[in-house]
Ligand binder design. Structure first.
Ligand code: UD1
Ligand code: CA
Length: 456
């Protein structure tokens, strides 16, 4: 069976009050339309068509990489009109699935079961019962409880407005049928629009059965019309993420204060995550990892037994097993730490590798550096890697000891087991096994008097 998915995404989203087209707003760091695309992409043998209109240029630029055909709807004359724009892509035998670009949390399982209800004699419709159905199209059923039509809120009688079962807008039907009905749509309704929902009545008239199914959760079919709904869907999405983590053996101190805005590629067991932790990009987290509060982690591989204390910012980094990071550490891109490394407070690393068991515990900047194993870098050490034009490398070999408040002016090398005296500015390579220091001699000035303030 071949599926053609048509994603309706031309609407303006006036109530977002934004310069950004609505479908570019994000849930979990990902544009609304991308969520819909990603789910439908998982359906086999599926060709995706996107009907776009508002913010056309911005939309096309943002999604150049999507494997989809784009159909421009220059005037938004209704959902039926939107589908008409994609008509040339519909072949008779296709199962056509209609999705909305601003309904991001729809699940694959829901779509699969909807599609399984499609045949030459049926139209599959996703409906939901809402406590407050205001604004939605209502599902009108006959005496036998069969769906007979959908009536839009603005066209509904008072009695019809009492109906709680509403149209989610998501439906599926065979291509030949759809094309026939599309050509018959009229806009003689309260909004003067070509309603896609009118095809329900046409299907019934042609002797088809409208088979309804419901999503597992209401959030799946909620659309975004304003910022409040955007935030509600963000929280719904994040709570689902939190539940998934807990099911897989992660302790979350508060599932309502956890955000995963990316992809977890691997996840160990007995991980503990404190409050306000944000994961972005692609992360993998090993067994028994502990992550303290207020930490942001992006594109990291964190191996077994690592402990990250409060308030760290970590990006494009590998942290070897049993290492300890923070509090208040910043690990910038291309940092690779071997196992048992200690990175302490107010330490920043960038584009550096650190060998097994090395320690950089306090107030240091280490950039463009190769640090060997069992190295101790004292408080306030700075690798001066930048001369204002170019970056240079620092090499610190195994077992070296760098005294506090040292500047290593790159390019420079500190040899194996070398010791650098505190307060040094090191501009030349320092030999193995020796003490190197650069320090003005300490003097004491005899007879010196501290100035005193004159009393008036
Ligand atoms: C539509 C349904 C309504 C349903 C509701 C669910 C119709 C006539 N009504 O109403 O039964 O309960 O969705 O949310 O279908 N769009 C276009 N081009 C257009 C018009 C809309 O691409 O010309 C897109 C919008 O960007 C949006 C979707 O279609 O993604 C739905 O449009 P919207 O205006 O929100 O439809 P509703 O009036 O809410
Ligand atoms: Ca809507």
């Amino acid at each position: 069976m071949k599926i053609t998915t048509i994603i309706l995404a031309a609407g303006k989203g006036t109530r977002m009050r934004s310069d950004l087209p609505k479908i570019l707003h994000k849930v979990a760091g990902k544009p609304l339309l991308q969520h819909v695309y990603d789910v439908s992409r998982q359906l086999e043998n599926n060709a995706i068509k996107i009907v776009y209109g508002h913010g056309a240029e911005q939309v096309r630029t943002a999604f150049v990489e999507l494997d989809a055909d784009w159909v421009e709807q220059t005037q938004q004359l209704g959902t039926g009109h939107a589908v008409q724009q994609a008509e040339s892509y519909i072949t008779d035998e296709d199962t056509v699935l209609i999705l909305y670009g601003d309904v991001p949390l729809i699940r694959l399982a829901t779509l699969k079961s909807l599609i399984s209800n499609v045949s030459d004699q049926t139209l599959a419709l996703l409906t939901v019962n809402l406590q407050n159905p205001a604004g939605y199209g209502r599902i009108v059923r006959d005496d036998q409880q069969a769906v007979s039509r959908i009536v839009e809120e603005k066209d509904a009688t008072l009695e019809q407005k009492q109906i709680n079962e509403v149209n989610t807008g998501i439906m599926a039907v065979k291509g030949a049928r759809l094309k026939k009905w599309l050509s018959q749509l009229q806009n003689g309704n309260a909004q003067g629009e070509y309603y896609l929902t009118d095809i329900i009545e046409m299907a019934v008239r042609d002797g088809l059965l409208v088979v309804t199914s419901q999503p597992e959760t209401e959030e799946e079919v909620l659309g975004v019309n304003n910022r409040e709904q955007l935030s509600q869907l963000e929280r719904a999405y994040q709570f689902e993420q939190a539940k998934m983590l807990m099911e897989r053996g992660v302790t979350l101190k508060d599932p309502y204060r956890f955000d995963n805005r990316g992809l977890l590629e691997a996840l160990g067991q007995d991980i503990e995550i404190d409050i306000n932790v944000i994961l972005e990009g692609r992360n993998s987290i090993g067994n028994r990892v502990k992550i303290g509060p207020n930490t942001v982690i992006k594109n990291a591989r964190i191996e077994d037994g690592v402990e990250i204390f409060a308030n760290c910012v970590i990006e494009d980094t590998v942290i070897g097993a049993n290492s300890r990071i923070g509090p208040f550490a910043r690990l910038r891109p291309e940092t690779v730490l071997a196992q048992d490394v200690h990175i302490g407070n107010f330490v920043e690393l960038k584009k550096s590798t650190v060998g097994i068991g090395s320690k950089i515990n306090h107030l240091s900047y280490v950039g463009d550096t190769t640090v060997g194993s069992k190295v101790n870098i004292g408080a306030g050490t700075i690798t001066c890697n930048y001369d204002g034009a170019n970056k240079f490398q620092t090499i610190i070999e195994d077992g070296a000891f760098i005294g506090s408040d040292t500047q290593l002016v790159a390019p420079v090398k500190v040899g194996k087991n070398a010791t650098i005296g505190a307060g040094s500015t090191i501009t030349r390579d320092s030999p193995e096994n020796k003490l190197t220091l650069s320090r003005a001699k300490q003097v004491t000035v005899e007879g010196w008097q501290r100035p005193v303030k004159q009393e008036k």
